[in-house]
Structure formats: structure tokens, C-alpha cells
Design a protein around this ligand. Structure first.
Ligand SMILES: [Zn+2]
Length: 489
């Protein structure tokens, strides 16, 4: 396998190019499964696509050459979550022989450079269709009412605005215990982010200090919030109950009955004004007890955000974005007491186990992570089957416009002891990854411990690769000189 050739196409280097299917086999590799990515690598051929990427409505992945396309019914299956997505009307000319650049099998990386949109325009859609072929429809993408989008739109769309397909959901979690300078900076960044978001994105705002406040973005008469106590670790059901997010489970004659409109999570187009006014309303904290850290119920706030997303049954992909200026000092997930007499833990304290709250808070965050994953499908990888990884890099181009580079690559799952594992081993990447891990470790541990760790790892690696792959003599310390332990010192 020529790793340099692959790098020239993908911009990636993999320590292992074939991945074992089981965790124990992965651990026995010693060198971790890792990928080094050069976000803006120069390619001799990089197609620039003049419209917005097509996004999987379930997981947020971008359409790519590994998607299965049904040309008759104009549906593409996402290779990451297997969700079937409809092509918008602007893709009506798609056939096997007339493919848009993002589906060309030879392009691992493509770059999207949509025309710059004006903020505040009510008619812009995220993938305002520019045509990619000859003679294709140029009309604006309109909503496809056949899919689950329509029922979701009626569930989460509060004000009955004309929103087509809903975009992903963003919950902004803002620490309200920041000092004025920080708050001003965050506020202007948030306004910038809002300006860049497509208007069909769902947005929510939650602020937290000793309390957690969920903003009702659909209520315009005055500012309306639901307040949660920061000390309490509420269950998802309780959070949804307090937010009034009760949806009937049964369908009556195919229709949802008596849907209660919520307005905490709304399409941006319906609440942009209320959202930006709410940002303005967050005031810097002035009353912090001397000798104390500000109260931050960060854990309770994240849990509330998750409860909100669960309660709104968001299926379009979602992200909780936390903007904070210090450790959680209150409630579930606490890191340190607010009393400055208790110093914040160091990594050494964690290693030596001298940290109060550590286990309980780890448990809390693990539980949150499980909730985040619970809706994901858990498919066991089969040896021989492919897996996919997608990198999405968003950056500002020289002309001021935003660009999105999307790199999608595939590799194979293999049986732990198979020869593909060793033939896919890239020692340069491995050496580089190990060096970075060592540097990272050096920030927390003594140099001699780091050197010992590195040597132990390399010895383990050398002995395992020699015994495991004894019939493949190329994986010995003489042919992988970069991965040879140093016995001299
Ligand atoms: Zn997907």
C-alpha cells in the first residue's frame, strides 16, 4: 500500500489502514487507531462546488460518493446512518451517467463555495439550488412533503411559518456568570454564528449560573424563561414535563392528535429577533461572594439541553454548544467547590485519585453521553465490510465567503490477526502519533515517566508484532526502524 499516494488523494495518513473489529484486538495493536488530517491540504484536483452541500437529515453527514443512490426514486442512503434522504428538486437531472461532482467516485475531497447569502433574507434555503449539470432545474428547493419532515415540522415548528425541511438543531448554552469583557466577546461571536446559520436550523438558548434558564423564543411580548434549580439532577422525563413537552405517542388515523406547540426550540427564521434580543439580555455577573468562584450549574444545564432535544424528537442532527468561562461549581457534574479555599484539581490529582466529586461527576457525564448515543443504531462491524469517515472543515476564504471542505474516505474492518492489519500499518504516521501522545503526556507527567511509557509501548509493540505476525517478517524492528525501542538509555 502506498501511503503517500493515498495521502495525495485524501489528505489523510492512517496509523492503521485496516481496523480490527473488536476492542481487544484494537488495544493489542499498541499504536492507537488514528488518522492525521491536513484540513486545507493542496490537491492537484479539488472540485469546487457552487452550492451548499446536501446533508443527511438524520445524522448531518454530507452527501458523498459512498452514498447509495436510487436514481428512479431520487433517494440517497446515507452510508453513516443508513437513513434514506430525498434529493431536492435541483437534483432532478441526476442519472448514473450524469452525476454531480460530490458523487464522483474519484473525489475523496470536494469543496463547497456557495454564493454568499445576505443575512435576514427570509427566502434563503440552505442549499439554494445552483445547478450542477446542464439544463437542470434552477428553481429554489422547495419542501418535499412526503417524508417525515412534514410531521416533524408540525411538531417543532411553533409559529406556523413557511419552513421547508428542517435543518439541524443548535442549543446555545451560555454561562451567565462571565465578567463583562468575556460576555461581550461571546455575545458578538454568537451573533456572528447566528448570521451564518441557515434559517431552517432549529435553535434554542439556555443560560446558566446557579440556575438554569431555558428561553421561550416564541414568546415576543416580553422575555419568558423556564427556570431550573442548578442543584437538581432531573430525569429527562421531569425536564420535559417542566418544559411542557408532552407529545401524544399514538397516531390517530395517521395524524398526530393535539400537538402542544413548544417554542423553546424553533427554526431560526421564526425567532431570530427574539434570540438576538435574549443574547443582549444576558448581563454580566457582579455579585460573587468574595473568596468564591461564581456559581455554575454547567452539568444541570447540559442535561436540560439534552432533555429539550429529546423532548422535541429532533431527528435532523443536533449540537449542544457550551460557552463557559470556568469550572462547574454547582449541582450534578460539579468539578470544584465555589469556595476558592479548595483549589482546582490537577491531572496529577486525578491520577492519584485525590479528587472529590470525580467519580460522581464522571458517572453523571457518562450517563449524559449514553443518552446522547441512545438513539444511535448500534451495528456490529463485520470483518470485510467497509466503514466511512467524513471530515468537514468550514473556513473563511480569501474573498470573505465561507467554504466547506468535505473529505469522505472508506476503509475496511478486518479480523484482528489478519495480514491486512500489518500491511496497512504506516510506521511514519505511527511514529508521529506516538510522539504527539508523548508530548501531550509530558504536560501532565514527569519526563522520566513519559520516556518509560514510550519505551514500554514500543517494546510491547515490537514483541507483539513479531509474535503476532511471525509469518510476515516485514513487521519486525529491523524493517520498521521508526518504531524501535531505545535500549541504550
Ligand atoms: Zn446519515
Amino acid at each position: 500500500m502506498d501511503f503517500l499516494e493515498l495521502e495525495a488523494i485524501e489528505g489523510l495518513r492512517w496509523s492503521w489502514n485496516s481496523w480490527p473489529t473488536t476492542k481487544s484486538d484494537c488495544e493489542s495493536l499498541v499504536v492507537p487507531l488514528s488518522i492525521m488530517y491536513t484540513p486545507l491540504m493542496h490537491f492537484s484536483e479539488l472540485p469546487t462546488i457552487p452550492y451548499d452541500p446536501l446533508i443527511c437529515s438524520r445524522c448531518g453527514a454530507v452527501l458523498n460518493p459512498y452514498a447509495r443512490v436510487d436514481y428512479q426514486s431520487r433517494i440517497w442512503s446515507c452510508p453513516f446512518c443508513f437513513h434514506k434522504n430525498h434529493f431536492p428538486r435541483s437534483y432532478s437531472g441526476i442519472t448514473e451517467t450524469n452525476l454531480p461532482a460530490e458523487l464522483f467516485p474519484t473525489y475523496s475531497a470536494v469543496e463547497y463555495a456557495p454564493p454568499q447569502r445576505k443575512s435576514g433574507s427570509a427566502t434563503t434555503t440552505p442549499t439554494a439550488a445552483a445547478s450542477w449539470g446542464n439544463g437542470f432545474n434552477q428553481g429554489l428547493r422547495s419542501m418535499s412533503s412526503t417524508s417525515s419532515f412534514s410531521s416533524l415540522a408540525s411538531t417543532v415548528g411553533g409559529g406556523g411559518g413557511v419552513i421547508g425541511e428542517l435543518g439541524p438543531a443548535f442549543v446555545f448554552l451560555v454561562d451567565a456568570s462571565m465578567v463583562e469583557d468575556e460576555l461581550r466577546a461571546v455575545r458578538s461571536e454568537l451573533l456572528l454564528v447566528i448570521e451564518q446559520l441557515p434559517e431552517n436550523c432549529l435553535v434554542a438558548l439556555i443560560t446558566f449560573d446557579s440556575m438554569v434558564r431555558v428561553y421561550d423564543l416564541g414568546f415576543s411580548q416580553c422575555s419568558k424563561v423556564v427556570v431550573f434549580h442548578g442543584e437538581r439532577d432531573l430525569s429527562p422525563d421531569q425536564i420535559q414535563q417542566f418544559l411542557g413537552l408532552g407529545y401524544p405517542k399514538q397516531l390517530h388515523h395517521g395524524k398526530m392528535s393535539a400537538i402542544r406547540k413548544q417554542s423553546f426550540l424553533l427554526p431560526l427564521a421564526e425567532c431570530e429577533f427574539n434570540l438576538t434580543s435574549a443574547f443582549e439580555e444576558i448581563v454580566p455577573l457582579v455579585n460573587v461572594k468574595p473568596g468564591h468562584r461564581p456559581h455554575r450549574a454547567t452539568g444541570a444545564a447540559i442535561s436540560t439541553a439534552l432533555g429539550l432535544l429529546e423532548g422535541c424528537s429532533v431527528t435532523t442532527g443536533s449540537r449542544i454548544m457550551v460557552f463557559t468561562s470556568g469550572p462547574a461549581t454547582r449541582g450534578p457534574g460539579i468539578i470544584v467547590d465555589s469556595d476558592l479555599g479548595h483549589s482546582i484539581r490537577t491531572h496529577r490529582d486525578i491520577i492519584t485519585g485525590r479528587v472529590s466529586y470525580y467519580d460522581r461527576s464522571c458517572g453523571f457525564y457518562k450517563k449524559l453521553a449514553k443518552r446522547l448515543l441512545s438513539s444511535e443504531q448500534n451495528r456490529k462491524p463485520q470483518p470485510g465490510s467497509a466503514f466511512f469517515i467524513q471530515f468537514i472543515t468550514r473556513y473563511r476564504y480569501g474573498n470573505g465567503g465561507m467554504r466547506k471542505r468535505v473529505t469522505t474516505v472508506a476503509r475496511r474492518w478486518v479480523v484482528g490477526k489478519s495480514p491486512e492489519v500489518s500491511s496497512g500499518f504506516d510506521q511514519e504516521t505511527a511514529a508521529s502519533v506516538m510522539a504527539r501522545l508523548a508530548i501531550n503526556r509530558a504536560e501532565e507527567c514527569y519526563a522520566r515517566d513519559v520516556i518509560r511509557w514510550l519505551d514500554d509501548g514500543l517494546i510491547r509493540f515490537a514483541s507483539r508484532s513479531c509474535t503476532t505476525y511471525e509469518d510476515h517478517s516485514f513487521l519486525t524492528s529491523s524493517t520498521i526502524p521508526l518504531m524501535k525501542p531505545d535500549f541504550s538509555g
